[in-house]
Design a protein around this ligand. Structure first.
Ligand code: ADP
Length: 474
């Protein structure tokens, strides 16, 4: 099968969060499974894209509703990443330093989707299926069916994968003029609550909708930021497919970011070496258990609860543990986490920013990873952490519900809170410290989590089965 993925992120070319990891891995593992998976991504000015040389493969003009745009398609002829990565270059719109966060994001992503479709429709060989990801690419199924200029793509099946249903790309109806000429009587397929809602449109128009875990799929029916009734109506099309992890990128046996690589057999010394580096670098106490948080500092991740929960943990449990935070996001949360540094007694620190290498060192050197998330569609951090022998301390939601079993259950290996609150976080930290004190139990749990298999080798087949059934139906 030839499958094209269209997305706003793809690791290592452009990554903000889990979307990037998953899209990159899907391309790679489809190829490893004998299919042809490729990815189309905007050509941003990210470090990776700027530092690599790209070959120009196509130049053309696409017709946006507001006028023509010139676009160019670049690729890496050597397929260094194990799949074909195609970059869409539109001068002035896509060539920015950041992936998101610009006032004209709506126009940017409509232009990206239009150029991607224009190129596909002008290519001789058409893909068997197009898999679009999140709202930035979710207008594609509508455009394939209802923009006359893409009518030759009408019969190609599409899958919309929702990595995060909270973000829907909502825009005013004024933006409808940017979309290439479309069948205006079909406006209802773009509309949700009197606004254009790309995610809602994708849910309606795609042949199938997938989300990144079964648990999250069930939640979307009841909590999906206003789309609950739509999920109810389109439920028959929806599937939950758990993400995997790229075990070549996330492998403690080969990871160059670690102080010392390790396997399950020498994890004690391997983890200790990375913890030592972290403790030296961040002024922490090597003797105490190390809890880390890695991620976006936003309400979804319950990062707003962290400052007070950590202070209260010190008050209620005592200064028996270290905390190290890596993340960026809402300014108030960043400021509060920075402010706490002055009260550290060699047991608290925070790195505000994005740092891929540091995240690897933290997955290895930590004893526990803290994820009190209010919403977690799949969550990759707990999967990476477990592969590196770090015990997950998580809220029982979405993908965390599906991938972590509490140590209180038979064969359990993590610590689960029943909801995201300060008290639950403190209680979970207390339980983790108890577990840390029981060295035999700790060893057994670390061994167990390092043996769990959350690799793409296992989960890519669920995507392949879905693609095959849609292509056959066609
Ligand atoms: P989300 O996509 O909702 O942010 P996921 O758990 O699916 O959450 O994926 C998060 C990914 O982003 C992981 O690979 C994590 O290591 C990475 N990440 C998040 N914040 C940072 C950061 N500040 N520095 C380095 N990596 C980060």
């Amino acid at each position: 099968m030839q499958i094209i993925h269209v997305a706003a992120e793809c690791y290592p070319a452009a990554k903000v969060g889990g979307l990037g990891d998953v899209v990159g891995a899907l391309g790679k593992y489809l190829n490893l499974s004998g299919h042809r998976g490729s990815v189309i991504l905007p050509m941003y000015n990210t470090k990776y894209i700027s530092n690599h040389s790209w070959e120009l493969v196509f130049t053309s003009i696409a017709q946006l509703g507001i006028g023509d745009i010139e676009y160019r398609i670049f690729t890496d002829p050597l397929h260094t990443l194990g799949y074909e990565l195609f970059l869409v270059d539109i001068k002035g719109l896509l060539d920015r330093d950041q992936v998101y966060g610009y006032e004209d994001d709506s126009t940017r992503f409509i232009a990206f989707q239009t150029a991607a479709l224009d190129w596909i429709s002008k290519s001789e060989q058409k893909p068997d299926l197009i898999n679009v990801h999140d709202h930035h690419a979710a207008l594609i199924p509508f455009m394939m069916q209802h923009c006359p200029c893409f009518s030759d793509l009408k019969n190609i099946p599409t899958v919309l994968t929702i990595h995060n249903g909270q973000y829907q790309g909502v825009m005013e109806w004024g933006n409808s003029v940017v979309i290439p000429k479309w069948d205006s009587w079909r406006w209802g397929l773009l509309d949700w609550n009197k606004l254009i809602n790309p995610l809602a449109s994708g849910i309606r128009c795609a042949s199938r909708v997938t989300t990144v875990s079964q648990g999250y799929l069930k939640e979307l029916r009841h909590h999906s930021n206003g789309l609950e009734t739509l999920f109810e109506m389109e439920w028959h099309k929806c599937r939950g497919i758990l993400n995997g992890i790229d075990t070549e990128v996330w492998n403690p046996e080969t990871d160059k970011a670690l102080a010392q690589t390790y396997t399950e057999r020498n994890s004690e010394i391997g983890k200790y070496k990375s913890k030592k580096i972290l403790c030296e670098q961040f002024n922490l106490d090597l003797e105490k258990p190390l809890f880390v948080f890695i991620g976006r500092l936003v309400g979804e991740k319950a990062a707003d609860l962290l400052p007070q929960s950590l202070i209260n943990s010190f008050h209620k449990i005592g200064r028996k543990m270290n905390f190290l935070i890596l993340g960026s996001g809402q300014t108030e949360i960043e400021n509060e986490l920075n402010y706490l540094k002055q009260f550290s007694q060699n047991d608290y620190n925070a790195y505000i920013g994005y740092n891929e290498d540091l995240s690897h060192l933290m997955y290895a050197g930590a004893d526990f990873i803290l994820m009190p998330s209010r919403v977690e569609p799949c969550g990759l951090n707990q999967l990476y952490a477990m592969r590196y022998g770090t015990i997950p301390v998580v809220n029982n939601t979405g993908g965390l519900h599906d991938t972590v079993m509490d140590i209180g259950e038979p064969n359990g290996y993590g610590i689960k809170m029943s909801h995201a609150s300060e008290n639950e976080i403190i209680f979970s930290i207390y339980r983790a410290i108890e577990c840390y004190a029981d060295k035999e139990k700790l060893k057994q749990v670390i061994k167990q989590i390092m043996q769990l298999d959350f690799s793409w080798d296992k989960s890519i087949h669920n995507y392949i089965d879905l693609y095959e059934s849609l292509i056959l139906e066609n």
